[in-house]
Design a protein around this ligand. Structure first.
Ligand code: G6P
Length: 612
């Protein structure tokens, strides 16, 4: 969702803000703006656009790239009020001296707005954000940091915000509560962002702000306080992502790059996780006592979107291997469902970003009920990592495309590793079987490489299917998840209506939708229920719907029943979604390209959804 960048230091702020806003575009947004403070004139130039960053850059060129070494920039994903120049951030106070950018939602903004208007403040925008600079104006007694803290003590809701004041020309103040914000520490300079990805070209030393903390940055010196003014010890981490990883590197889209990075990403996910001496899974960072893990009565996975499907696979792997009852809930539902979790339930929160508001809220609810919480995330220092008891890091590198691909695979693999670890702790499987499974898991990166060889065939198929309006995806057992995720990918990036179904469910309703213009993508690789899936495909054939089948190489069960056959490397069923989903990702990608869609930033979607 909205992206934040702030800077104070020796560099020219405007080009840096623009460059960083481009890096934040992937989060999803509709309008953008910057405010640059010139210390020579102690004046602030604000330029905003109701469209994309390119348009903002054009406007900045027109006004002649404002001078100054302190500035803030924002990409806005509209919630309160349409994407207009007036509603775009930065917002300012009545004096025009205080400028602010904000992510999150000020829940009591109506009441605050009424109070401010009664005092004579004028708030021309429709946003909730605008109350904050006016509150700061009210609280300002010559010290911006103190005014921000006092203003925020009157605010309910969620915020990550950055503020500048023309009278304090080297200072940037930042604060966060229930929304992500990190500071990049450079040499006599400080960068502030909603997102580590925007910082990695400049520095790998990152300060993570805690909930309700306020940072005051003056060039290279940062002081952190809690809202009551107590100085707190900052938490500094080193990020091991490379700046190149966050660039397209010759690929036309990040999505395609990330699909192709999957073997390498999985090698990183698996790094140091199978002990070479014992052949068994080892998970550093779990931080939950083995005794507690061995004793849990149930596992409850919470997640959203693609991570929810990875959650289904994780629950399936845990039930199959560790024989612990496991279920998955959409994180947005969990919190309000009076969930049956307590100290004997292991709650597993899966989230690429580690910042998804619904998943974070579910983590808090689970902890409130006494459950041990394990996070599976890709971003060090993220809020969910901070609040969970233990973490399994995906180690997949930055994922920029809104539609998740490599992180889905990393989540699936982390789920299998966790299931194997729990199975070992509970002696649910013979050690030999655990070893065999761990060894096969280590082979997955190579198998995914094999699946990627299908790209030319899938690209040609996509040309033929690009005109379609509906598609159905089916699978059984472990691959119900593959069908769900394949359908979700197509919906997200190509805007084609697609549904994923357990193959056996087709005849109980959705078969009514089938006709010669509705292709059915059937995942029919080696499995205990393959013969049943073949029968289901026969039912599809009888309705004249064209079939695209994903089958195990050399084991095509279909004769001429399927119009298109995509052969993937052989993998045991439990692990096979990791390989089988690859051609479905490629299919969604190439259909989206054929249809001229904005693949990396699909309409209405955001990479990191920080509102409930
Ligand atoms: C958004 C993204 C999805 C993602 C979901 C969960 O909706 O568009 O691609 O799967 O959030 O994100 P998370 O960061 O929690 O995995």
């Amino acid at each position: 969702m909205c992206g934040i960048i702030g800077y104070t230091g020796p560099r020219a702020a405007t080009p840096l803000l623009l460059e960083s806003l481009r890096r934040l575009e992937y989060r999803g947004y509709d309008s953008a703006g910057v405010a640059v403070l010139d210390a020579m004139t102690t004046s602030v130039t604000v330029v905003k656009s109701e469209r994309k960053v390119d348009e903002l850059a054009r406007k900045l060129d027109e006004v002649g790239m404002p001078a100054g070494h302190v500035g803030i920039g924002h990409t806005r994903w509209a919630t309160h009020g349409r994407p207009t120049v007036l509603n775009a951030h930065p917002h300012m106070d009545c004096t025009g001296r205080i400028h602010l950018i904000h992510n999150g939602i000020i829940e009591n903004y109506r009441e605050l707005r009424a109070q401010l208007e009664a005092k004579g403040h004028e708030l021309p925008s429709e946003t909730d954000t605008e109350v904050v600079p006016h509150l700061i104006e009210d609280c300002y007694r010559g010290n911006l940091e103190s005014a921000v803290r006092h203003a925020l003590s009157r605010v309910d809701g969620a915020y990550a915000l950055v503020v500048i004041h023309a009278d304090e020309p080297d200072t940037v103040v930042a604060a966060r509560l229930n929304a992500p914000l990190v500071l990049g520490l450079g040499n006599a300079e400080t960068f502030i962002s909603s997102d580590i990805t925007a910082l990695i070209p400049y520095t790998k030393r990152v300060m993570v702000l805690g909930e309700g903390e306020v940072a005051e940055a003056r060039a290279g010196v940062v002081t952190v306080r809690s809202l009551d003014g107590t100085v707190v010890e900052p938490r500094i981490i080193t990020v091991d992502w490379d700046a190149e990883q966050a660039q397209r590197g010759g690929y036309p889209h990040f999505m395609l790059k990330e699909i192709h990075e999957q073997p390498q990403a999985l090698r990183q996910t698996l790094r140091d996780r199978v002990d070479p001496d014992t052949g068994l899974v080892r998970l550093a960072g779990l931080e939950i006592d083995d005794g507690v893990l061995a004793g849990v009565r149930e596992v409850h996975v919470v997640a959203c979107g693609t991570a929810y499907y990875a959650g289904m696979a994780t629950a399936h792997a845990i039930e199959t291997l560790a024989r612990i009852p496991a279920r998955v809930s959409a994180a947005s539902e969990f919190r309000y469902a009076d969930p049956l979790v307590d100290a004997t339930t292991l709650v597993v929160a899966i989230s690429q970003s580690g910042e998804t508001a619904d998943t974070l809220a579910a983590v808090r609810e689970a902890r409130r009920r006494g459950a041990p919480v394990l996070a599976v995330t890709n971003v060090v220092g993220s809020a969910i990592n901070h609040e969970a008891d233990g973490v399994i890091l995906m180690q997949a590198g930055p994922e920029i495309a809104v539609a998740s691909t490599k992180c889905f695979l990393a989540q699936l693999v982390c789920g299998v590793l966790l299931a194997l670890y729990l199975a070992e702790l509970r002696s649910a499987l013979p050690v030999e079987e655990l070893r065999a499974l761990a060894a096969e898991t280590l082979e997955l990166p190579d198998k995914v490489e094999g699946a990627l060889q299908l790209e030319p065939q899938v690209a040609e198929l996509a040309q033929r299917l690009a005109h379609l309006r509906n598609a159905m995806y089916i699978g059984r057992g472990a691959n119900v998840v593959t069908a769900f995720e394949g359908a979700l990918k197509l919906k997200e990036v190509s805007y084609v209506h697609a549904e994923g179904y357990a193959a056996g469910e087709l005849k109980h309703g959705p078969i009514a939708l089938l006709d010669p213009d509705t292709p059915v993508v059937a995942v029919a690789t080696r499995s205990a229920t393959l013969a049943k899936t073949v029968s289901n495909v026969q039912e599809v054939n009888a309705r004249m719907a064209p079939v695209v089948a994903v089958v195990t190489a050399g084991e095509n069960p279909f004769d001429d029943m399927a119009a298109d056959i995509l052969e993937v490397p052989a993998v045991r069923e439990l692990l096979s979604p990791v390989v089988n989903v690859v051609p479905l990702q490629l299919l969604a990608y190439h259909i989206a390209v054929q249809r001229g869609c904005d693949v990396d930033q699909p309409r209405n979607l955001a990479k990191s959804v920080t509102v409930e």
